[in-house]
Write a protein that binds this ligand. Structure first.
Ligand code: TYD
Length: 134
């Protein structure tokens, strides 16, 4: 499977009462969501992630606050500052990911196309590089 990292901008329905974003399978989300989780109560100096997934597709949205997501695939290293609730980072396939510099108020929403499955994880960086070069 080809690995891919890209940004998706969501349409905001806003008026003087505030803003609303709707996420719909197959419309503004490029997969059907099976699992939703969120990360919060993080610490600025404590990074997370440090793994790749073999097949999982995910969209990450900073619902509040900010986080820097570092990705690597096919030798291409990128950093993405997530600090908008109308922007999602789509990560598909064999991509190494790390999350750094969480702001104290960060709530990071993650939408995924599969249930939690430890066998889809690669937690060893050298193994990731080996699988990537296959
Ligand atoms: P972990 O993979 O360490 O989080 P991160 O990717 O942010 O480094 O997951 C933390 C714990 O939560 C670990 O015990 C596994 C569990 N977990 C679930 O039970 N379901 C899930 O969907 C996820 C993502 C994690």
């Amino acid at each position: 499977m080809t690995a891919n990292v890209s940004l998706i901008r969501f349409q905001v329905h806003g008026d003087d009462r505030g803003s609303l974003i709707a996420l719909e399978n197959g419309h503004n989300l490029p997969f059907d969501v099976k699992r939703v989780y969120y990360i919060f109560g993080t610490k600025a100096d404590v990074p997370r992630g440090f793994h790749a997934h073999r097949r999982l597709k995910q969209v990450l949205v900073a619902m509040s606050g900010s986080v820097t997501v570092k990705t690597e695939h096919n030798g291409k290293i990128e950093t993405h500052l997530l600090n908008r609730s109308d922007e999602g980072l789509l990560i598909e396939g064999l991509v190494w990911r790390e999350m750094h510099d969480f702001s104290p108020d960060c709530v990071l929403l993650v939408l995924a196309d599969e249930y939690y499955n430890e066998s889809d994880y690669i937690r060893d960086y050298e193994l990731f590089k080996k699988e990537e070069s296959r």
